[in-house]
Ligand binder design. Sequence first.
Ligand SMILES: Cc1cc2nc3c(=O)[nH]c(=O)nc-3n(C[C@H](O)[C@H](O)[C@H](O)COP(=O)(O)OP(=O)(O)OC[C@H]3O[C@@H](n4cnc5c(N)ncnc54)[C@H](O)[C@@H]3O)c2cc1C
Length: 418
Amino acid sequence: MVQSALTLPNSFDLIAAMSTAQTTNDEFRAQVRAFFAQEYPRDILAKLANGQTIGKADLVASEQALAAKGWLAPGWPAEYGGPGWNITQRFIFDEEMGAAGAPSPVPMGLLYVAPIIYTFGTQSQKDRWLGDILASRTFWAQGYSEPEAGSDLASLRTSAVRDTNTQGDDYIVNGEKIWTSQGHYADWIFCLVRTDSSGRKQEGITFLCIDMRTPGVVVTPIISIDGGHYLNRVSFTDVRVPAENRIGEEGLGWTYARHLLSYERTSYARVGAKWRQIAEVRRHSAAAPWGDILAGEDSALRSRLADTEIALTALEYTTLRALAPLAAGQAPGQEASTIKIAATETGQAITERLLELAGPYAAPFFPDRADPDWREDLETIPAFAPVGTASYLFERAQTIYGGSTEVQKNIIAKQLGL
Ligand SMILES: Cc1cc2nc3c(=O)[nH]c(=O)nc-3n(C[C@H](O)[C@H](O)[C@H](O)COP(=O)(O)OP(=O)(O)OC[C@H]3O[C@@H](n4cnc5c(N)ncnc54)[C@H](O)[C@@H]3O)c2cc1C
């Protein structure tokens, strides 16, 4: 019933189509695998394998290694610098990147704002921003949410008023964005701002790109429950933004924002990385000082891990089906909501298995994992326990970000006419 109402393509058709091109796909997979094994920066993989956190310099190095190969923006049309891969190749690339343990490129520039720029931007905006994103020379942040506007995003109040002293060539922006992922790394932030309050709340919203170095922009860290600094508040006090930084028409920002959200939600699947995490649960169990819990045939953990693997397999097939509109050159449809929910639940389930495996050592504590010797004080505790605990705690947020699970269910129900 869900399938027909959402007009999802049949996964078996896709799998059949994939297998006819099996040889080519196998060759492509081998090429990608060899890149991650031989050309990709070893130090980044080593840091992550050591449980260390990585910062902006590593993320840029990772992205620039992909950019040098022409592989940083698999989803972009070839005319803007995409590699021209088909949907299967993009899926394989994603799987291999995750399986290698490499970090996904930061999505805010590449995945979120770039499609808005090349779909709705002017030629000079494309020339100005796309090249830098494609070469990982600039970092972008997403300025949508506000303290009183999250799920109900259209209630946003950050204002942008035309400066009459400059004949309307500048906007003056005032307000506050919150939960801004990696805003402390960003050179640019794309924001939804209110330029008119007279109509429906979805009207009068405008899409503005703001240089983070502009006077009046202040970034304040928010430390999350895992002890990490990923989130921020970004406040704007009389920030002057040239009108040429506006994407599309004034007041039509909501249309562009909705287009972007479908790309965002489809990006959460990360199937390859999840398979790698499951393999790691097995590896950690086999090496645990208290014995291999998963080896026991009546192990409840083993049975729950099998459930998680089944859920991940379902996510894998669902992702292929939901990506099908992209193959036809269309934006992802509302099916993206099913991916968001399934990816969230599966990702959280994997970290729950890690936590169960760690047992009492899962009690949260936060060593400084930017220090390469962070394990020294923890001799008696397997390293996966603090790493797993941190990821368990942070993964809770996935139920909320990118549109909460409840909101995704509302979207699906609406699609079904419920
Ligand atoms: C880790 C993380 C990273 C983020 N990164 C960014 C970012 O980079 N840029 C950005 O702009 N934002 C970002 N966000 C913000 C995120 O998009 C919002 O948190 C999200 O939209 C929810 O809004 P809220 O926090 O205001 O919660 P609320 O909207 O207040 O929701 C609170 C609760 O009420 C429920 N609820 C709300 N409305 C309904 C409804 N109609 N029906 C049923 N239930 C409902 C929600 O499901 C939730 O459980 C991030 C959030 C997190 C946690």
